[in-house]
Design a protein around this ligand. Structure first.
Ligand SMILES: Cc1cc2nc3c(=O)[nH]c(=O)nc-3n(C[C@H](O)[C@H](O)[C@H](O)COP(=O)(O)OP(=O)(O)OC[C@H]3O[C@@H](n4cnc5c(N)ncnc54)[C@H](O)[C@@H]3O)c2cc1C
Ligand code: FES
Length: 283
């Protein structure tokens, strides 16, 4: 398993140093002057200017996966990919260059390398859906930097609910699926996964996925049926992000619960009962 990067104690102030729109989504870059570089799959709790302004909402910080990270002069540049779906994401998506925000992180358990997911894996199959492409993008870059082959499959509902493809850089091997069929395969990204697992020896595959609960559940079931090993980056409502409130508990396949903020958000597909987590933000 990739080592978890531990967050320094407490929340930090950071400056927004870049912002751009990408399809229906927004990417902004925060300069974290004193934090460590995160591992792929980890997340931050974010809050910012205007918090509490809409009748007290948003009240608590919200969780966001890091989509890209790089150490440079002045600190670590952290890129976040957002879809404005509620009060917190609307405020964060509107932050301009020069705005300030508050962050805690990096938090949670990161993705493992393919050899740890499945010792026989010749590479990785990456599956991203909607805003869930964020942690898949940083994982893709990490694998590329380490010379590990990866095939990337990305799915979106339609053009208005898509974006962030540029986060995948120059990688050629990206399979696209759109539910409205305006580009790539018409249908679900899991259709592409079924084809990829047919061509390969599924038993030697290492699959990584992030996306809406229904997509993650389909990935979990497909991989279980084919005997493929998988890691899923999941969402659940998170109030604290560091294990104190138990708001993020998800049921385990062997009974009991895990706290997704500290025992996840990346989980082994076979350790959870279902990926259909109530209250996860995205459809
Ligand atoms: C580990 C992790 C990583 C994440 N990474 C990202 C990311 O990279 N980018 C990103 O955009 N988001 C990400 N999210 C999701 C984001 O944190 C949530 O969508 C957040 O709640 C948005 O806050 P909000 O105030 O804008 O919307 P909220 O008011 O919290 O609502 C968000 C959405 O959830 C729905 N919703 C709210 N409460 C419920 C409920 N009880 N039951 C069902 N649906 C409900 C709302 O209708 C809305 O569509 C991540 C979440 C987690 C846990
Ligand atoms: S969000 Fe509080 S315990 Fe996980």
């Amino acid at each position: 398993m990739t080592a978890r990067v531990l967050a320094p104690f407490g929340a930090r102030d950071a400056e927004v140093v870049a912002r751009r729109e990408t399809g229906g989504y927004v990417v902004f870059t925060a300069l974290d002057e004193s934090g460590p570089e995160p591992a792929p799959g980890q997340f931050y709790m974010l809050s910012g200017e205007g918090w509490g302004s809409a009748g007290g909402r948003p009240f608590l910080p919200r969780a966001f996966s890091v989509a890209a990270a790089g150490k440079g002069d002045g600190g670590v540049r952290l890129e976040f990919l957002l879809e404005a779906v509620g009060p917190a994401t609307a405020l964060l998506a509107a932050l301009d260059k020069g705005s300030r925000l508050t962050l805690t992180g990096p938090l949670g358990r990161p993705f493992s390398d393919p050899a740890a997911v499945n010792p026989g894996a010749p590479g990785a199959i990456l599956v991203g859906g909607g805003i869930g492409v964020a942690p898949i993008a940083i994982l893709r870059r990490h694998l590329q930097a380490n010379g590990i082959p990866a095939r990337t499959l990305l799915g979106f509902r339609d053009e208005a609910h898509s974006g962030g493809l540029e986060l995948f850089g120059t990688c050629q091997e990206v399979g696209l699926a759109f539910e409205d069929g305006h580009q790539g395969h018409q249908g679900y990204v899991t259709d592409l996964l079924q084809v990829a697992l047919k061509g390969d020896d599924a038993a030697s595959a290492a699959v990584y996925a992030c996306g809406p609960p229904a997509m993650l559940e389909a990935v979990r079931v497909i991989c279980a049926d084919r005997g493929a090993q998988a890691e899923l980056a999941m969402e659940s409502p998170m109030a604290c992000g560091y294990g104190a409130c138990f708001g993020c508990a998800v049921p385990l396949s062997g009974g009991g619960y895990m706290r997704l903020c500290v025992d996840g958000p990346v989980v082994r597909a076979d350790e959870i009962e279902t990926a259909l987590v109530a209250g996860a933000g995205h459809r």
